[in-house]
Design a protein around this ligand. Structure first.
Ligand SMILES: Cc1ncc(COP(=O)(O)O)c(C=O)c1O
Length: 409
């Protein structure tokens, strides 16, 4: 039977020769990846991506750790290993939760994943069936929208206010739909840079408790809070009903693809089965090198360096926004992370700004893909972690001129 005569169901996409599963029609293409292709030209100053600063990847330290692992235990480090992940690394993560957030988590509640992005796929796989109700921040992390879309949920966007999700909207959503989970990024969210206040965390937890909804706390940026003072994890207010995802991407190196998920044991059992089916286990050599690196180096000192550098880069970007952008532009003031979120003057489209700015060799990321229900056409995300001061000053200066020109025409 040729591919085209295979049964077609609603939402199926067909190419010239092949027929794909309906879930592929429901999964947005990563707009970011598409845009990054355009912005790869060396003359472009890009605020569109989301990369950590390459200057803050400790290549020498990682090389030393890799040498130690390969010299001392190479044959084992290059073997197959367990699905759950390297126990000493999981113990290290558990100890760090205790020290940083006062959380008591056992290594059995931690699964090492291929970046924290894989956690989102596994969570979707074990918890979301077609048509299930999933609440997500508005704007929401595009990688989560993509990962969950594969399981064909009905999304319910909950507006993100200055200090966290709109509680009235969250409550209404949970009251009117059997919501399976609420996915959020309480610390320095991607894309908005917003951090939930402590009070808002408690309020969200109360809504979750009242309606029996799981909270998926994506904590990719938890370590990058510039003050160094962590706010409590949602797990503090919602034990047994929170899944936490974490990542070494922003503090070690994203190319190592090291992340983890913390979940109650019953959920963990399912996650482990799903992970086994997906890839048997995460890259064991990477796990061993990451652990050795953490033993050999002062990770707290390294994180302090990253925080100081990003805080400075944020300040440079905010200064230019204040001094050179029209007053009708508003932006967030992130306490950490890698992004500022900008809302343009009335009638100004971020897609038009994207096109005009590109002519001046500056790339920004229009906000629409972060909205599961459309909207956001006057918003955009600006990354400050991956630019030098000089590039921020030059690039933001050009962007200011573009926006001034467009808002006065
Ligand atoms: C909020 C959020 N979650 C998860 C990820 C995935 O990161 P990784 O898979 O590198 O851990 C990212 C990456 O930028 C992110 O911004």
């Amino acid at each position: 039977m040729n591919q085209k005569s295979a049964s077609l169901s609603k939402g199926t996409i067909t190419g010239n020769r092949y027929t794909f599963a309906p879930r592929m029609a429901k999964t947005p293409k990563s707009f970011i990846r598409e845009i990054l292709k355009v912005t790869e030209r060396p003359e472009i100053i890009s605020f569109a991506g989301g990369l950590p600063s390459p200057a803050l990847i400790d290549v020498d330290g990682i090389r030393r750790a890799a040498d130690t692992v390969l010299e001392q235990d190479g044959r084992c480090a290059l073997q197959y290993s367990t699905t759950e992940g390297y126990l000493p690394l999981r113990q290290f993560i558990a100890d760090r939760y205790k020290k940083r957030l006062g959380l008591t988590i056992s290594p059995e509640e931690i699964l090492i994943t291929n970046g924290s992005q894989q956690c989102l796929d596994l969570i979707g796989k074990i918890l979301i069936g077609t048509g299930d109700h999933v609440a997500i921040e508005r704007p929401g992390y595009l990688g989560a929208i993509q990962a969950f879309s594969q399981y064909e949920p009905e999304f319910h966007p909950v507006p993100l206010m200055e200090d966290g999700p709109d509680i009235v909207s969250l409550n209404l959503t949970c009251r009117t739909h059997p919501v399976r989970l609420f996915y959020g990024v309480p610390n320095s969210q991607n894309p908005s840079g917003i951090t939930y206040s402590e009070k808002r965390r408690k309020d969200v937890a109360d809504v979750m408790k009242e309606h029996g909804v799981l909270f998926v706390e994506d904590d990719a940026y938890g370590e990058l809070n510039f003050s160094g003072k962590s706010l409590p994890s949602m797990q503090t207010f919602l034990p047994g009903q929170t899944i936490i995802t974490g990542s070494f991407s922003k503090i070690l190196a994203p190319g190592m693809r090291m992340g983890w998920v913390v979940a109650p044991r019953e959920i963990m059992e399912q996650l482990v089965v799903a992970k086994q089916a997906a890839d048997l286990h995460s890259n064991y050599l990477s796990q061993r090198i990451a652990y050795e690196y953490l033993l050999q180096n002062d990770i707290d000192g390294h994180i302090r360096k990253i925080r100081a550098a990003y805080e400075h880069q944020r300040d440079v970007m905010l200064r230019i926004i204040k001094e050179e952008f029209p007053e009708t532009v508003t932006s967030t003031h992130p306490r950490g992370g890698m992004f500022i979120w900008m809302t343009l003057p009335d009638g100004c489209s971020s897609m038009d700004v994207f096109e005009q700015a590109l002519k001046e060799n500056v790339a920004v990321l229009p906000g629409m893909p972060f909205y599961v229900d459309g909207g956001g056409s006057d918003t955009m995300r600006l990354n400050f972690s991956n630019s030098t001061d000089e590039n921020i000053i030059t690039g933001m200066g050009r962007l200011a001129r573009v926006i001034r020109r467009m808002s006065s025409s």
